[in-house]
Design a binder for this molecule. Structure first.
Ligand SMILES: [Zn+2]
Length: 302
């Protein structure tokens, strides 16, 4: 529908008349899991946290696990906050804000990324296009077409791509793409931040043909994180995470690897009984316009 003056008036009336209150009441038993990646503006995040505190009840992923496993009740309008990949801006920008608002957070880390062995392939594509002064839209299209390639082919296509753009990719990620250090992970864990593995190299799991390679990505990242933290990590996060990106083999490997929950990027709310290994999430970003964020959080728009 086009944004006609009538539609704009209707939307205004909806918001003035407490429309989102009605949506929240209707969805009050559904668990919303918000998914963040990057942070640059603490004030924008603080305003989202204030909104969350005013209208929702934040819960930890451990509590979500107990809700799914033994039916421990959740408060009404529950929300869980997740942060993917393990970028360092979680520590420098986001953590102080979430802590100030008393909102529990789970961070899902790519273990080879934190080990300094790689930087994420999507970041490499975006960096190469930006350095080559090519439009952002082109890099988005390239990411989408690279997603469809089998894993090994994607990595070699990536090397050819940067060469064709005349860009040399540094072996270490540039500052905006840097990961947390492991001692920072431990410090954050001691302050109550929960961590879960998000594979070793962030492949699209459905694009890997070998089951043992899929298992290595999943169980290997769990072991690596547990080694660093010295405690079990039982909450997993699929890379990309639409059903098409996950696939049956990865789902079976997650079920068999001792996890309690796994989050996807399939959009929506979660209600019991939900498949604990295919939890739905809502993509969020501190840069979203305020009203749009309020609609997302209410699951009026997912
Ligand atoms: Zn990710």
């Amino acid at each position: 529908m086009r944004d006609t003056p009538f539609k704009r008036l209707a939307i205004e009336a909806f918001h003035r008349g407490g429309g989102l209150d009605a949506v929240r009441w209707f969805n009050r038993r559904g668990l919303r899991i918000l998914m963040y990646h990057h942070f640059s503006d603490p004030a924008a995040l603080a305003s989202q946290c204030a909104h969350i505190r005013r209208h929702y009840n934040p819960v930890s992923i451990s509590r979500v696990g107990r809700w799914l496993k033994i039916g421990e009740p959740l408060p009404e309008n529950p929300v869980a906050i997740t942060v993917d990949d393990g970028y360092r801006d979680f520590l420098t920008v986001a953590h102080p804000v979430f802590r100030e608002y008393g909102i529990p957070v789970t961070v899902f880390v790519v273990t080879d990324f934190l080990d300094g062995k790689l930087w994420l392939w999507v970041d490499r594509v975006q960096y190469a296009y930006r350095r080559a002064n090519r439009p952002y839209e082109e890099s988005r299209q390239m990411v989408e077409s690279l997603k469809r390639l089998p894993n090994a082919e994607r990595l070699s296509a990536l090397a050819r791509l940067s060469a064709s753009l005349g860009i040399v990719l540094p072996s270490e990620p540039p500052p905006e793409y840097r990961p947390l250090f492991w001692d920072e992970v431990r410090r954050l864990a001691a302050e109550g931040v929960e961590f879960g593995p998000h594979t070793m190299t962030h492949p699209i799991l459905s694009s890997i043909s070998s089951v043992s390679e899929i298992t290595r990505e999943i169980a290997g990242s769990k072991r690596r994180l547990e080694d660093e933290l010295g405690r079990p990590s039982v909450h997993f996060c699929y890379p990309n995470g639409s059903w098409h990106d996950i696939g049956e083999d990865a789902l079976s490997a997650v079920r068999a690897s001792g996890f309690e929950t796994a989050v996807s990027t399939i959009p929506g709310l979660n209600s019991r009984p939900a498949d604990p290994f295919l939890l739905r999430r809502i993509a969020a970003d501190p840069a979203l316009p305020e009203r749009y964020f309020h609609q997302l959080a209410a699951a009026f728009r997912v």
